[in-house]
Design a protein around this ligand. Structure first.
Ligand code: MN
Length: 255
């Protein structure tokens, strides 16, 4: 494969809602105004797949249309395969993930396949951004897609610090009703009694993990708070999860 023309960004697009999701179509279409787009995404929904990588079974890839690769793997598999496989001879400028159906804020980030795809891009040394639309009801991706263009243009100008990705959440509002943009920190979700216990048709119990509600602790300056107030939230996330303040205390423990 040849390298991209000088100056033309090569943008890898992935998600966790699957390659047929309208959210990835909106994001890919918005990105095609900025550079060359290659879509590598799961063949079905993989929401809440987290940062899982398939190591025990082979991955099948199908180019469903030019530049669109469907993979029977996780979002992390897709980005890894894009960078180390499909586009291995090319210089990838950016990895973008989304636009997810549903918010990815606060502690939910750790479950998110959308954020994990951007995490994988970051691990592989490529500036990466995750985009989510904070609704589970009606999906109008237009506003989020046009904001994604603004974010990407900024990242192309300013770059991102090493090991740092952006997590972007957009409220489900018309552009005229969005109050602006807030740079935020991760909030704190309240999960509550989110397990549903019911009986299946054969009389056996089953459990369903719920937790769609956005109850949170009201951390000032958080992503959750920004969305609640009608703002777009942009959170820089760092790969280093070390809690440095605890190191000193742990070293004093009697080991
Ligand atoms: Mn999803």
């Amino acid at each position: 494969m040849k390298r991209n023309a000088p100056g033309t960004p090569l943008i890898v697009v992935s998600n966790d809602d699957g390659i047929r999701s309208p959210g990835i179509k909106a994001l890919a279409s918005a990105m095609s105004g900025i550079g060359e787009v290659v879509v590598v995404a799961p063949d079905r929904e993989r929401s809440a797949a987290g940062h899982s990588l398939s190591l025990s079974h082979p991955l099948r890839v199908e180019e469903t249309s030019p530049g669109w690769y469907s993979v029977d793997g996780t979002p992390t598999d897709c980005v890894n395969l894009a960078v180390n496989g499909i586009l291995r001879r090319r210089q990838i400028t950016l990895v973008v993930s989304g636009i997810n159906k549903g918010a990815n804020m606060g502690d939910d980030i750790t479950y998110s396949g959308t954020v994990a795809a951007a995490l994988e891009g970051t691990l592989l040394g490529i500036p990466s951004i995750a985009f989510s639309l904070a609704t589970w009801e009606r999906y109008d991706f237009e506003v989020a897609a046009s904001f994604a263009v603004k974010v990407v243009r900024n990242v192309l100008v300013h770059g991102l610090p090493k090991d740092t990705l952006l997590n972007v959440n957009v409220p489900p509002l018309p552009e005229s009703e969005i109050n602006g943009i807030r740079v935020t920190q991760m909030g704190k979700r309240i999960y509550g009694d989110a397990i549903v216990r019911k009986r299946d048709p054969r009389g056996r119990h089953y459990y369903w993990i719920g937790g769609d509600k956005l109850a949170h602790e009201g951390v000032p300056g958080s992503d959750l708070e920004a969305l609640e107030a009608g703002f777009i939230s942009v959170t820089p996330l760092h790969l280093d999860m070390t809690h440095y303040d605890s190191m000193k205390a742990l070293r004093r423990w009697k080991w």
